[in-house]
Ligand binder design. Structure first.
Ligand SMILES: N[C@@H](CCC[C@H](N)C(=O)O)C(=O)O
Length: 286
């Protein structure tokens, strides 16, 4: 078993999506081969710190700073939206990178964070989440369709109308009349591991309140039910805009809090800015 004794970390959350974060900007703290097991231990809510994933601050040759994210099952995700706001708060607050605007290298490309300060206190984070794709091979999704938008997918005893999108990591968006009526513990894992998604998928059920407002619940790949998913909310805003359900400014209510989105068009692609908070909960030593 990996020995984490003495490991220094901070515990953070972005609207209830919670993460231990570890500073590896000056060198590796957890050896690469130990990271999956270390993240499983750290995220455990009974035997560890507890978290919906672990964030790492890394050096970067192509951006101001680098960012990695691991799920509680030890798998590495391409990107984490609530995590990147926590990351921005952490690197600013700890003096690792004292910039109000920073470029961040992720496995899903370079993202830009803009921090709103109250004095020297970071309070709001605006992230250019970049562009998305609906092309099934890029999700990846096994399908004879080039794009799977509002397409029918049989899951257990029902058929859902689902939109598959990638914002670097993969998401399935299902618009429903009432999110409170969805049995997410039944359908979330079945869609996550559906045979058409070879790399699994994050699952979101979304209720449209108006063209500028929605409510959503999430089952995350490698994590299960969480209080929020930033890349999932980004995918929801973009998918809703693409399907004519949302305008380009959208407020999304997630179980842990709210996020604001501005969808933009870049050539043939759709991207989005995400705005929301991040909180440092405590600093710790394992
Ligand atoms: N919580 C996240 C997404 C984390 C990664 C995801 N579970 C995956 O495997 O793609 C967010 O806020 O975006």
């Amino acid at each position: 078993m990996v020995d984490l004794k003495g490991l220094k970390f901070s515990k953070m959350h972005g609207i209830g999506n919670d993460f231990p974060i570890i500073d590896e900007s000056k060198g590796e703290v957890i050896p690469e081969s130990d990271k999956p097991e270390a993240c499983r231990i750290l995220c455990h809510r009974n035997f560890g710190v507890g978290g919906d994933g672990v964030l790492f601050v890394e050096p970067s040759d192509v951006a101001d700073i680098g960012y990695r994210m691991f799920n509680p099952d030890g798998s590495e995700a391409e990107m984490c939206g609530n995590g990147i706001r926590c990351f921005g708060d952490f690197v600013y607050r700890k003096g690792i990178l004292k910039q109000e605007k920073m470029t961040v290298e992720t496995r899903a490309g370079i993202k830009t964070i803009e921090i709103t300060l109250d004095g020297d206190e970071p309070v709001l984070f605006k992230v250019d989440m970049g562009t998305s794709t609906f092309k099934t091979p890029e999700i990846p999704m096994t399908s004879d369709k080039e794009e799977f938008i509002d397409g029918e997918l049989e899951v257990l005893d029902t058929t859902f109308n689902l939109t598959a999108i990638s914002v670097g990591n993969p998401h399935a968006i299902i618009f429903v009349d009432d999110v409170d009526a969805v049995d997410i513990n039944k359908y979330g894992p079945a869609i996550e591991a559906h045979e058409v998604f070879p790399e699994k998928i994050n699952v979101h059920f979304v209720e449209v309140i108006s063209e500028n407002e929605g409510k959503m619940i999430t089952w995350e790949r490698g994590a299960g039910v969480t209080l929020a998913c930033g890349t999932g909310a980004t995918s929801t805003a973009i998918s809703g805009y693409k399907q004519g359900l949302f305008a380009d400014n959208i407020l999304l209510h997630l179980p842990g809090g709210d996020l604001n989105f501005t969808v933009y068009e870049e050539g043939d692609e759709l991207g989005a800015f995400m705005e929301g908070p991040a909180e440092l909960v405590f600093d710790g030593e394992f």
